[in-house]
Design a protein around this ligand. Structure first.
Ligand code: GLN
Length: 485
């Protein structure tokens, strides 16, 4: 059962081949067997899962089932879950039991999906390797000595090892697409405002966006049908009708114009990764698409721009963790200042503190114009590059990451190198666009991701284009050997 897509599991449930309780127990057994090696779950919600599964079985029998009813899922531990610890992989929230559900979680509950547990991640979603978690690093199922990517590394590793059929993630600068690429999955970062951020612990509010990590584009479409939509509780949610993301998956690709930015194939790109990505683009050409060389000249400023904007927003968002209202509190504070200082000093990890300091500095009087305001201007130029490109082409293709999964520990002490692993994904968040990463081959046994970027609200088109490729190739169906059975 663990090798099947959600689409086929849903069919099995409907036909009565197995119950949701059997399916859920199967995945829980796998989690018990393999989580020790991967550390991809922070919390396993066995009792919740079995109760959800029994209720799903009742709905299935009563003929009240939705497409996802009875399907087990893992949720990144950044989504608040009522009555279940929501840690954001931080000591600061190690003891935090959310008193409500994030809208995304509520939507999955309403659809009858089953929650297996809360997935490991980089602390407060800051990182590209899942090594900044308070609960320890996550292994990549393709080679456990390597990183799964981050920050949604636990979600990606869980799905790649078939410990969950699919998972939720969030993407502020690449955190769905980059781990999808490094673990051989399909990961979609939706248009900013498409998926509610209510109850999703904030890192950088103008960039954060939730989305699915799945085995196939079709599965990602099934998840998007539940996740996407207007939410009055999120002031940046956009009130636009949600299409059926599964409706157009099988359309032909004829006439599709693919832009290939020359800036995405320059220095720093691993040669084997570049070749596999070019080969995938060639495949699209054979399937009827036209290839157009384009330029996104300002994307070279995206990392420096992002590393001003994201820390600035994080310094403001994380100021709420003060040791007073909830979360970690230091022992025996002598006065209020001591309480603040030690609670934050002891509760946050090194990367989070680095970001808070950079952000606070960039926003401080006298530096605001030089850094934050300048970064906002660059952000506009980066968005304008995409706007111009989408006059000429329908979608943009390139690599998701410059390299395959790197060895654990490799970049941990070199933040700049770590930040550069998102060099191709960050511009998309700055512009608020949707983008998907799909597996397009292997280099030395490690998966490589193809990134496809679309215009605003073109998620259905991205899923369609990805699905067509997955009809022609089987990279997405490969299972890491150690987790086959
Ligand atoms: N790796 C990037 C960072 O550390 C992006 C993280 C994310 O998308 N949440 O900020």
């Amino acid at each position: 059962m663990h090798k099947q897509s959600i689409a086929s599991l849903a069919q099995g449930l409907r036909q009565g081949d197995f119950s949701s309780e059997e399916l859920t127990r199967h995945f829980l057994d796998r989690i018990h067997r393999y989580n020790g090696a991967l550390n991809c779950f922070i919390t396993v919600t066995e009792e919740v899962a079995l109760a959800d599964a029994r209720e799903a079985d009742r709905r299935l029998r009563a003929g009240e089932a939705h497409a996802l009813t009875g399907i087990p899922l893992a949720h990144k531990d950044i989504f608040c879950t009522d009555g279940v610890r929501t840690s954001c992989a931080s000591r600061m929230l190690d003891n935090f039991i959310a008193p409500y559900d994030a809208t995304v979680i509520q939507s999955f509950k309403a659809a009858g999906a089953v929650m297996l547990g809360k997935a490991n991640m980089d602390e407060f979603a800051m990182g590209s390797s899942n090594e900044t978690s308070y609960y320890g690093p996550v292994g990549n199922p393709w080679d456990t000595a390597r990183v799964p990517g981050g920050s949604s590394g636990g979600s990606a590793a869980a799905v790649a090892a078939r410990l969950a059929p699919a998972a939720t993630g969030t993407d502020t600068g690449g955190s769905i697409r980059q781990p999808a690429a490094l673990c051989g999955l399909t990961g979609l970062k939706p248009t900013y405002g498409r998926v509610s951020r209510y109850g999703m612990i904030a890192f950088a509010s103008s960039l954060d966006q939730g989305g699915p990590l799945a085995l196939t584009a079709q599965d990602a479409a099934l998840l998007m049908n539940v996740m996407a939509g207007f939410d009055e509780k999120d002031s940046t949610s956009i009130d636009q009708p949600v299409p059926d993301y599964c409706a157009a998956l099988d359309q032909p690709l004829d006439g599709l114009r693919i832009g290939v930015p020359r800036e995405f194939f320059g220095d720093g790109l691993d040669a084997a990764v570049g070749e596999l990505v070019q080969a995938a683009i060639g495949q699209y050409q054979r399937m009827g698409a036209a290839i157009v060389e384009i330029s996104l000249p300002n994307t070279r400023y995206s990392a420096p721009t992002y590393y001003v904007v994201a820390p600035a927003e994080c310094s403001s968002n994380l100021s709420r963790f003060d040791g007073v209202r909830y979360g970690y509190r230091c022992e025996d504070p002598v006065d209020l200042m001591d309480l603040y200082k030690r609670s934050r000093g002891e509760g946050f990890g090194a990367e989070v503190k680095r970001r808070i300091m950079i952000g606070t500095y960039a926003l401080s009087a006298g530096y605001y114009d030089a850094y934050y305001l300048k970064a906002q201007k660059l952000r506009q130029l980066i968005s304008d590059d995409f706007k111009k490109a989408f006059v000429e082409v329908d979608v943009i293709m390139g690599p998701t990451t410059p390299t395959t999964a790197f060895a654990a520990g490799d970049k941990l002490n070199d933040p700049i190198q770590m930040y550069l692993s998102d060099i191709y994904t960050i511009a998309v968040n700055l512009a608020g666009l949707p983008a998907i990463s799909i597996p397009c081959g292997f280099s030395a046994g490690l998966p490589v991701g193809l990134q496809i970027i679309g215009g605003y609200f073109k998620e259905a088109q991205l899923l369609h284009i990805a699905h067509r490729y997955q009809q022609e190739t089987d990279w997405h169906a490969r299972v890491p050997e150690a987790f086959e059975t």
